[in-house]
Design a protein around this ligand. Structure first.
Ligand code: SF4
Length: 507
């Protein structure tokens, strides 16, 4: 995912002498999106303002991802394009952070000597100081730390959505999945104290936030650092006590750490959504073993069955990798079997590609590309067929939609607005009157209730009247941003399809 911030966001006037502008480009997963909100907050705290759309910025920050094989090409391609802009613009600075910076360290300035700052995943708080130091000394600053300096959530933040926020509960991961670079780059799991997390959620709700997504590379292992394996379920229940918090989600849990108390907490806490994104990766026990994923097919399906029993309306989504080294046709069939049995409402499917630095990159029996492609197409076809059937079952049902911005690309043409249902399904609604007349008073951040009239594999449509509209403080904030002297960015913070450790998304 590329998240390109395009408009100024603070009250400072762009173009004031002495005001430096910035542009932030984010690649990769939700943890990077979360970190980028902190990077924006840090820069704005230090006096920078966002560059207006289309204008060249004084500082360009690339928050990179190292998960995909071609991530390097993407970074150096971006840096190549920035070199002439920098040559034309004295004083311009380029900073590279994120997982690729953590991995390549000083190599980045060797390959692209026009880069001014390289910072890692453990020290994002250093960015303003490094930019300043580089400017004063006139030389590149490379600072990579092996251990987390400051929990990113404690840094200033500039959220993209008034209604929805990410809250990191942990960073890093203690697992060693052989296809994943995250443990090498983000380090071992570090947990925040429950009181700090809840204080942040309360502060967000006081600002008008209605929905939080608890974030961790292995979110339900939360508590491992302070020795409480039921800490995550307790955290969900505590979120249930926060008045004004309408929706709680979390991503991404690991099947190994999925305890029954989390299912009970989900089912019994009214503001925890009946939605579960639980990576499967493969349905074959043999492949799961080779991936060093410590659960097996039966365990995964057992969790799904328990979730469905406790919450029959739950929407379950997953990640699947096709063509892991050594995957046979029988292994792949096992994956198809799990997909059929689990009835996912969506799956993010990935063709395995070697990720340098991961153990799987050197495994023998890499599956030929044409075989991977053919399996991938079969998998996508099955996923779509099942997701569509699940969606069709919702036609005629009433759903509550948290209206968002930027999620319905065709909204202007179709005279609809869009948002997420409680189960995180994407819903496009028209209000039922021609020309979108019924939508006049509805703002992103408001809550509407509509009846589903049509289902597609990846979204629902509600073309009847609005059954209920709840104007919210998040909607007021959105309206205030529109009316203010500066415009907000184009990226919604609503959790959608970008996954931890998994950069590009193909449904
Ligand atoms: S895939 Fe997830 S659980 Fe496995 S090592 Fe990566 S971050 Fe950890």
């Amino acid at each position: 995912m590329t998240h390109r911030i395009e408009s100024p966001a603070s009250g400072a006037a762009v173009g004031d002498p002495g005001t430096r502008t910035y542009e932030l480009r984010t690649f990769g997963c939700q943890m990077n999106v979360h970190d980028s909100e902190r990077l924006s907050g840090l820069l704005e705290d230090a006096g920078y303002v966002r560059a207006p759309a289309g204008a060249a910025a004084d500082v360009v920050v690339l928050n990179t991802c190292a998960v995909r094989e071609n991530a390097d090409n993407k970074l150096y391609g971006n840096l190549g394009h920035l070199a002439p802009a920098k040559a034309r613009r004295p004083g311009m600075q380029i900073a590279v952070g994120g997982c690729l910076a953590q991995k390549d360290k000083g190599e980045i300035v060797r390959r692209a000597p026009w880069v001014d700052v390289v910072f890692g995943t453990h020290n994002i708080g250093s960015l303003p100081a490094l930019l300043e130091r580089s400017r004063v000394l006139g030389e590149a600053q490379v600072e990579i730390k092996d251990y987390l300096e400051t929990f990113p959530s404690t840094l200033p933040s500039r959220r993209e959505s008034p209604a929805a926020a990410w809250v990191a509960v942990s960073v890093g991961c203690n697992n060693t999945c052989t296809f994943c670079i995250v443990p090498a780059l983000r380090g071992r799991e570090k947990d925040r104290r429950p009181g700090d997390i809840l204080a942040e959620v309360e502060a967000l709700v006081a600002e008008g936030v209605l929905e939080v997504t608890l974030l961790g590379q292995n979110v339900n292992a939360y508590g491992v650092e302070f020795g409480d394996r039921f800490a995550f379920g307790k955290l969900l229940r505590s979120c249930g006590e926060i008045e004004g918090l309408e929706r709680v989600r979390f991503t991404s849990p690991h099947p190994r750490d999925f305890t029954d108390d989390v299912i009970a907490a989900m089912a019994q806490t009214p503001n925890v959504m009946h939605q579960l994104h639980m990576p499967l990766q493969s349905g074959s026990d043999r492949v799961l073993k080779a991936m060093r994923r410590s659960y097996r097919q039966a365990r995964y399906l057992d969790i799904v069955a328990k979730v469905r029993q406790a919450m029959p309306d739950a929407a379950i989504t997953t990640d699947i990798i096709v063509g892991f080294p050594g995957e046979t046709e029988e292994d792949f069939e096992e994956t198809l079997n799990v997909v059929r049995e689990a009835r996912f409402s969506a799956a993010f499917t990935f063709q395995y590609s070697k990720r340098p630095g991961t153990p799987a990159a050197t495994l023998p029996d890499q599956v030929p590309k044409r075989v991977v492609q053919a399996r991938y197409e079969r998998l996508v076809e099955l996923v779509e067929e099942l997701a569509w059937a699940e969606n069709r079952a919702l036609v005629g049902r009433q759903v509550e939609v948290l209206v968002s911005e930027g999620e319905g690309r065709k909204d202007a043409a179709t005279e609809r607005m869009s948002g997420r249902a409680r189960d995180n399904r994407l819903v496009h609604f028209s209000g039922g009157r021609p020309g979108g007349a019924a939508l006049a008073g509805v703002r992103p951040g408001d809550l509407v209730t509509v009846e589903v009239t049509y289902a597609a594999p990846h979204h629902l449509v509600a073309d009847g009247p609005l059954l209920d509209v709840r104007r919210t403080r998040a909607g007021d904030l959105w309206a205030a941003r529109q009316a203010g002297p500066t415009q907000t960015a184009d990226v919604s913070g609503t959790p959608s399809g970008v996954l931890l450790g998994m950069p590009a998304v193909r449904r």
